[in-house]
Design a protein around this ligand. Sequence first.
Ligand code: ADP
Length: 503
Amino acid sequence: MALPGTSSGLHIVHIAAEMAPVAKVGGLADVISGLGKALQKKGHLVEIILPKYDCMQHNQINNLKVLDVVVQSYFEGNTFANKIWSGTVEGLPVYFIEPQHPGKFFWRAQYYGEHDDFKRFSYFSRVALEFLYKSGKKVDIIHCHDWQTAFVAPLYWDVYANLGFNSARICFTCHNFEYQGTAPAQDLAYCGLDVEHLDRPDRMRDNSHGRINVVKGAIVYSNIVTTVSPTYAQEVRSEGGRGLQDTLKIHSKKFVGILNGIDTDTWNPSTDRFLKVQYNANDLYGKSANKAALRQQLKMSSEHTSQPLVGCITRLVPQKGVHLIRHAIYKTAELGGQFVLLGSSPVPNIQREFEGIADQFQNNNNIRLILKYDDALSHMIFAASDMFIVPSMFEPCGLTQMIAMRYGSVPIVRKTGGLNDSVFDFDDETIPMELRNGFTFLKADEQGFDSALERAFNYYHRKPEGWKQLVQKDMKIDFSWDTSASQYEDIYQRAAARARAAT
Ligand code: ADP
């Protein structure tokens, strides 16, 4: 435990495009608040910098107020004013940047998916650093995340360090190597980066085409590079790296995989206000009460209490194994179970396809597809389901398998990325019994999935007492940020110590 302001208490600033619950699209948002809170609890001073999106959940911010400073920041040959707002989210101090730029960069009614995302986020990265520089804060660690704020690493070392703002060290976390932020080289100049200096194979030029690649730039320029699970860190050193494997190999000394935690305050079945009845591992009555309530809410059959309910909550994108999710619906029906899918897709074809399946099962009271984003319903499904599927093609970390276990829903997952680091097969005798917590399969095909689902169904039906013990064991596993935050703390401390030694 370190106290802020003492020699071991660090000043850590996260610069990110998302933070739960105020601006959430996916797992990145959960990491910013979960890791931030855990580090704060350990005695560090943690601050977050976010864009001030028009569409964020303003009601999740306490004491939102505009600061008495205007930060002037460079972009495309001009300087633009930026309002800085401060507020508290989940107990963490957050600064929101509101550009006074005619492009109205964060006034788009959505977080991502705009034609000028590269501009929007390079602008944001530059202002975030400018704000830190002008504020005179003595920051130890600047932690940026994904391509949207990857610009921070080269900007810091090539622009700000030259101005004397150089006491901090940069940590970059890539949450998904699928998204790397590439653009024509000259676009780097918008935020004041030197194109000629950076458009080189050992710096920011993409490894397979002539564009520049911002994630590559952050790997090259950061002091610490992390990704979100040890297995994914291995996978991205080969094909999983989507072209960046060689860059990662060159920089492997500073690259590490740290498994994400989950926010155990948000995801706590004994206090969860979205549930019909709260429960815990020693009192599972509430779990069956939630199952009954969900069945009623979704107008599903409640004839057989012991009919297993399989849940799935996901973005419906190819990464998540949409073909196996579709197959799982039919297979569960065939095995006599119930299936609830909560998901939506940014891909119109996939959304339409699942709407078709939903129609097909309209009159089947064992299958429900709810094709939207619904936080409250997601809590109910975690609580009500007996099993939870995550058949991803690749999965950097994955949060839903951990949340499912905390709610006593046994995970059935493909052995990839963070799933491989958090779910251990119940029947695998090479793994110590106390670690076995779910059902896994390796091959990304229907047979692979079926074998895991069938084993789960068999065990559920044949050994109800054993199943109950498995549920209780899963609920007691510690998936909090505590352990992972200690690993971040350790690498931050080492980088900060090296920085001190260098001055
Ligand atoms: P990813 O970040 O790739 O989407 P993760 O498993 O890391 O996947 O995180 C997904 C988060 O989003 C989880 O908290 C999950 O509960 C939530 N989620 C995904 N889809 C939905 C949905 N349709 N409704 C509510 N929550 C969802």
